[in-house]
Design a protein around this ligand. Structure first.
Ligand code: FES
Length: 285
């Protein structure tokens, strides 16, 4: 069943890819001057993606619209519909912020997800307009809200797929161990690193990015927590390193996320000069 649905979703790529690319362009232009708002919508303040947390609210409320209609509580159904639409729009704003930083297959599936959700929202809006006319027969607005809920459920499935199957907005360090053993750093002890310039170095199976500032050597994991971009290809901005892919910034001294789209901190490493050269270990958070 899952494989069939995945094929069905991916079959939409013919229209979803160009449409997603188009949306990516206007969303990037829209959010470019609105950095703090975009950060808020990503959920950096929460330390957790805001969109998936927010979507549970309208889905629950809009499910109750059907229940209230079925048990003959039209006022409760209509009030729930208004509340559901308001919360749906609010969670869509958070979703658009995340959508603006998707790439490849994640962008295609997110486009299918967003299109289904907008379709459901339009049907809910139409149902609300018909209800506002206080019709004697509420069959049509009821059927519209049931159709909208089915589309909403399909959209939620595709949205879950973007997260669970493609790892969008999942920390790239979710499964990384936090060993505290000092390991040799693959770095020539005789060569002085350039000031304020990201340098890549291997630490066992991990790759770190190092930035020397005066006598201090900062070390973070090289793989960006947001979507895996190489921080060693980024730039140092103020006290942060900026990812070259979507512009997330991490504090060099602490690894803390200072600008989205990441909502996760970056693993930080301690570095010391050992007896046979540079050594590093993951720092306790
Ligand atoms: S991979 Fe997206 S900001 Fe780094």
């Amino acid at each position: 069943m899952g494989r069939f649905l995945t094929r069905l979703i991916d079959a939409q790529a013919r229209w979803a890819r160009p449409f997603g690319d188009f949306n990516h362009r206007w969303l990037s232009a829209l959010f470019r001057p609105l950095g703090p708002l975009k950060d808020f919508l990503h959920g950096r303040w929460l330390g957790h993606p805001l969109h998936p947390a927010a979507t549970d609210i309208p889905i629950g409320i809009l499910g109750m619209v059907i229940v209230f209609d079925l048990i003959g509580q039209p006022v409760a159904a209509d009030v729930s519909l208004v509340a559901g639409i308001v919360f749906m729009v609010a969670s869509a704003l958070a979703g658009f912020a995340d959508y603006a930083d998707t790439d490849g297959t994640a962008r295609v599936r997110a486009t299918v997800h967003a299109t289904l959700m907008v379709g459901a929202l339009l049907l809910y809006g139409l149902s609300l307009v018909l209800r506002a006319g206080e019709p004697v027969d509420r069959t049509v607005p009821f059927v519209l809200s049931v159709m909208a809920f089915l589309i909403l459920t399909a959209g939620a499935y595709v949205g879950g797929d973007v997260v669970y199957a493609l790892g969008n907005m999942v920390s790239r360090h979710a499964f990384r161990g936090a060993g505290t053993k000092w390991l040799p750093l693959d770095l020539d002890a005789a060569v002085e690193l350039p000031e304020n310039t990201p340098v890549k170095a291997k630490l066992g199976i991990n790759t770190l990015v190092l930035v020397r500032r005066g006598t201090t050597l900062h070390a973070l994991h090289d793989t960006c927590a947001h979507a895996g971009g190489p921080l060693s290809g980024g730039t140092v901005v103020d006290d942060c390193i900026e990812c070259p892919w979507h512009g997330s910034r991490f504090d060099l001294a602490t690894g803390h996320a200072r600008r989205g789209p990441t909502v996760y901190d970056q693993p930080r490493y301690e570095v010391r000069m050992g007896e046979s050269g540079w050594e590093a270990r993951r720092a306790a958070d």
